[in-house]
Design a protein around this ligand. Sequence first.
Ligand code: FE2
Length: 187
Amino acid sequence: MLNLEKILTHYDPVTGELPGAIMVKRHLSDLRGCFADTPAYDAALAAGNPLLYTVAAVEPAVDEGDLHYGVGMLMPGKIGDEYFMTKGHLHSWRPAAEFYFGLTGEGLMLFEDEATGESRIVPLRPNGVVYVPGHTAHRTMNVGETPLTYLGVYPARAGHDYSTIAKKNFRFVVVERNGQPAMIGRK
Ligand SMILES: [Fe+2]
């Protein structure tokens, strides 16, 4: 099917909007348990419930071989020393890999191999392509001063498993130390 509406979309690299896509909005209250510094989280929530990020995804009916994609927009900010982040997820179909393309802003991705726990942070910046291997939990952080936007492309059958991370958070947190991001063990 070579219908132009289906094969060409223009995203907005600043707002993260994608025509025809449903935009999911995540506020601070949606990320309870994600941030390590609970008193800082509670204080920030009491002061307001800011929008942390949006995801606009194009996920039509699955056919074998299809790809899905989405644009994410993550606001700058911190809870305590920890950067604003996404919930993070594994793919329901664990072998599914993904490409992230940095569009605007300065981000990091936190990877954690589900089997070994091996973890690392990877820069997510404009003109950068990040390959997320299968079987790897991934979370995005904004470590800059402006909104971070990025495009993710993944197999249509990948699916999103948020519950595994919700039950057992990432082993590492990414915090600002001396003005730089640093990955440290969760206490
Ligand atoms: Fe993903």
